[in-house]
Design a protein around this ligand. Structure first.
Ligand code: NDP
Ligand code: AKG
Length: 469
């Protein structure tokens, strides 16, 4: 069952307009007018009770909220909530990740979609023969895969896709992974999509290499964050070599960020999860990070090492580690780094913060960075490498080829232009940095505001050129 909440005469922020399905804003009863289906009325009533305060935002975007029923291993019926929010398809199909995590709600999905819009605009990908990128879209569910069996995850994914497939397609809307959605979940989602549509198209990214995925999609976000940092440091006459770094999280983005930092000669002091962190004075080794990396569904507290220390997080977050630190890479989740954490980082000598996660620093934290002269790379620029390689995956799916990671494949380069995914990713991250910097200079604002302006202008100009539809 789907509940679509849209406004009759277009959205207040002028970004997205969808056909009318429900009456315009007004009293709650207006939303329910003419809806005779008992179940649908019940769901709508719940939506209004839960999210009724968000009327203005509800009117500006296309939101889809649906029930996801599935049977757990005990044969008990479970019902989760599924979400999808589409903002703008001005510069290409909607594009953005799916998040499966306890506590996911419409507000989180909206913020992710909003950031995604401008991030995608910054990627400058050549698509369909022109210079285009994808527009924003975000989705997910309050389903928590942690602690669930593979069979349960598969059943949930199949039920989730049984509704979502109505709204997606390789030229319409292309989901990917985010927190709680990795290669396994993408596989189950894709299988169900294919079963329902009978089409093997590139409708999801982050697919397995053998069935339409791109090399380097798993690494792309974390590697891209380090490439962005390298660009900024080089620009100010500094380098990553020997830099003492704290990386939060230990999931996809954090792991690849940490591995790339080591490759570039930096030192990774600590990594974390939602319960604590692992720390080693002289820096974690490649083997230790690889071992942490293997713990996707486990807990860091179960990680044992003769040298590294596990610290349970009882209000003392990884950012509060009382050791000299040069750089911070928050790569876990939104608002994980607050004002006190920013002050602690500043006091321990931190000079750079790069957001691998989406909006990990609170506004109060970014104010501290500004006041203390800490250089700050915003998420929509720093972590855009993931969606950029998703864009490359879409291109590969369209032409039915797989590009190489570094060296061109001699069998292909005779007759087709060859793209080396790693070089392309580096180039995209360089271009994002340069674009944000140029806008910051032109408008005399911070790098973060420069990234916002550059992303916004691309979307707005495309939209205006298309008659503001
Ligand atoms: N995957 C991608 O390509 C992209 C991801 N991002 C963003 O990067 C971030 C991480 O995503 P991803 O690595 O894919 O997700 P994963 O699910 O792979 O990993 C998330 C990690 O963050 C940890 N975490 C969650 N909440 C907290 C918290 N409050 N404090 C400390 N650690 C926490 C998790 O720990 P635990 O196991 O305890 O839950 C886990 O280690 C998100 O903000 C996502 O939106 C951005 C661009 C692309
Ligand atoms: O690869 C994608 O489509 C989206 C990745 C993502 O979730 C993000 O950029 O925040």
């Amino acid at each position: 069952m789907t509940v679509t909440v849209v406004q009759r005469h277009g959205g207040a922020n002028g970004i997205s307009f969808m056909p009318e399905r429900l009456p315009p804003l007004g009293g709650d009863s207006e939303y329910l007018e003419g809806i005779t289906h008992e179940g649908l009325r019940g769901v709508l009533q719940q939506v209004l009770e839960r999210d009724g305060a968000e009327r203005e935002f509800m009117s500006a975007v296309h939101e889809i909220i649906f029930r996801v029923p599935w049977l757990d291993d005990r044969g008990q019926l479970q019902v989760n909530r599924g979400f999808r929010v589409q903002f703008s398809s001005a510069i290409g199909p909607y594009k953005g990740g799916l998040r499966f995590r306890d506590g996911v709600n419409l507000s989180i999905i909206k913020f992710l979609g909003f950031e995604q819009c401008f991030k995608n605009a910054l990627t400058t990908l050549p698509m369909g023969g022109g210079k285009a990128s994808r527009s924003r879209r975000a989705g997910g569910s309050d389903f928590e895969p942690k602690g669930r069996s593979d069979a349960e995850i598969m059943k949930f994914c199949q039920s989730f896709m049984s509704e979502l497939y109505h709204h997606i397609g390789h030229y319409t809307d292309v989901p990917a992974g985010d927190i709680g959605v990795g290669a396994k979940e993408i596989g189950y989602l894709f299988g169900q999509y294919k079963r329902l549509t009978r089409c093997h198209t590139g409708t999801l990214t982050g697919k397995g290499l053998e069935w339409g995925g791109s090399l380097m999609r798993p690494e792309a976000t974390g590697f891209g964050a380090v490439y962005f940092a390298g660009e900024l440091l080089a620009d100010v006459g500094d380098s990553l070599k020997g830099k003492r770094c704290i990386v939060s999280g230990s999931g996809n983005v954090a792991q690849h960020c940490a591995m790339k930092l080591l490759e570039e000669g930096a030192v990774v002091l600590a990594m974390s999860d939602s319960r604590g962190y692992v720390y080693q004075e002289e820096g974690l080794t490649r083997d230790q990070i690889m071992e942490i990396k293997g713990r996707r569904s486990g807990r860091l507290e179960e990680y044992t090492s003769p040298t590294a220390q596990y610290v349970g997080d009882k209000g003392r977050r990884v950012w509060q580690l009382a050791i000299p630190v040069d750089m911070a890479f928050p790569c876990a989740t939104q608002h994980e780094l607050d004002r006190d954490d920013a002050v602690a980082l500043a006091e321990h000598g931190c000079k750079y913060v790069f957001e691998g996660a989406n909006m990990p620093c609170t506004p109060a934290a970014t104010k501290v960075f500004q006041d203390r002269g800490i250089m700050y790379g915003p998420g929509k620029a720093v972590n855009a490498g993931g969606v950029a390689v998703s864009g490359l995956e879409m291109s590969q799916d369209r032409i039915g080829l797989q590009w190489s990671r570094e060296e061109p494949d001699p069998a292909l380069h005779e007759w087709l232009p060859v793209v080396q995914v790693d070089a392309k990713l580096r180039g995209i991250m360089r271009s994002i940095y340069q674009t944000a910097k140029a806008a910051a200079k032109e408008y005399d604002v911070s790098l973060a505001a420069g990234a916002n302006i550059a992303g916004f202008l691309k979307v707005a100009e495309a939209q205006l050129a298309q008659g503001a539809v």
